[in-house]
Design a protein around this ligand. Structure first.
Ligand code: ATP
Ligand code: MG
Length: 234
């Protein structure tokens, strides 16, 4: 068991004064400027803002997928901002689940295989196939375990991606625009799945949306405009 597991159980993620500058040749894009946020255990936070406001950039920093230009990221009081990639990967694999907007499923693998891959990589679930089946059941896809991604609807693929994010019992799930590519019915199913995870299993959820209607699903709202925190959706 890693030291992080022991310290991480209370699950508070805090970013302080975070900035991200993308450099493309001579051009600099200030994608995030001095953003500070605290994510408490059990929260369901929606990061909202228009296209280009920095939502995905912020989620990638929170999910330890990308490094900020300045500022710090604390996990249960431990500074994880500049951890070596191997340690970051392990932290992600053990404690964080990430749902990408475009699902990022492996096309050759079945739903079940896609879901158990992170458990296999970690090697900590003896019976990872059974566990994969259980999380697929949790997201309502027990009848689709042997389907490959192209044999599933967009909403079903998104729920497979959520099941995959759940396989290692993460404390926090990050979801980038989880409903952006879906019809209304599928979108509601996906959001209900995330709400249930938060309500019933107490998984902390941080999701991104540009749709003001998604406010209804969140317990906390964070608004971004031009890479800065603001008080309302503008
Ligand atoms: N890898 C990159 N290199 C350079 N600039 C980038 C990069 N990624 C994002 N940007 C720029 O940073 C800003 C924030 O981008 P980001 O993808 O975080 O926005 P977003 O709020 O998620 O937008 P959307 O709703 O369209 O997904 C944008 O101006 C974008 O053009
Ligand atoms: Mg985005």
């Amino acid at each position: 068991m890693s030291i992080f597991f022991l310290l991480y159980n209370g699950c508070v993620l805090e970013i302080r004064g975070l900035s991200k500058i993308y450099r493309l040749g001579d051009i600099e894009v200030n994608a995030l400027s001095d953003v500070s946020i605290k994510v408490e255990s059990g929260e369901m936070i929606c990061i909202m803002g228009k296209s280009g406001s920095g939502k995905s950039t912020l989620l990638r920093q929170l999910g330890l997928i990308d490094f900020p230009t300045s500022g710090s990221i604390m996990l249960e009081g431990i500074d994880v901002t500049r951890l070596a990639e191997r340690k970051r990967s392990l932290l992600r694999l053990e404690h964080l689940g990430y749902v990408f907007q475009e699902y990022a499923l492996i096309p050759e693998l079945t739903a079940l295989e896609n879901v158990y891959l992170p458990a296999m990589m970690l090697g900590n679930h003896k019976d990872y196939k059974k566990r994969a089946y259980d999380v697929l059941e949790l997201v309502g896809l027990e009848e689709r375990t042997n389907h490959r991604p192209k044999e599933l609807s967009g909403g079903e693929q998104q729920r497979v991606a959520i099941a995959r994010a759940l396989i290692n019992d993460p404390k926090i799930i990050f979801a980038d625009e989880p409903t952006a590519n879906l019809d209304t019915v599928s979108a509601e199913k996906v959001m209900k799945t995330l709400v249930d995870l938060n309500d019933k299993l107490k998984v902390t959820v941080v999701f991104v949306s540009h749709d003001p209607d998604d406010k209804q699903y969140a317990k906390e709202l964070v608004f971004l405009k031009d890479g800065k925190l603001v008080n309302e959706y503008i």
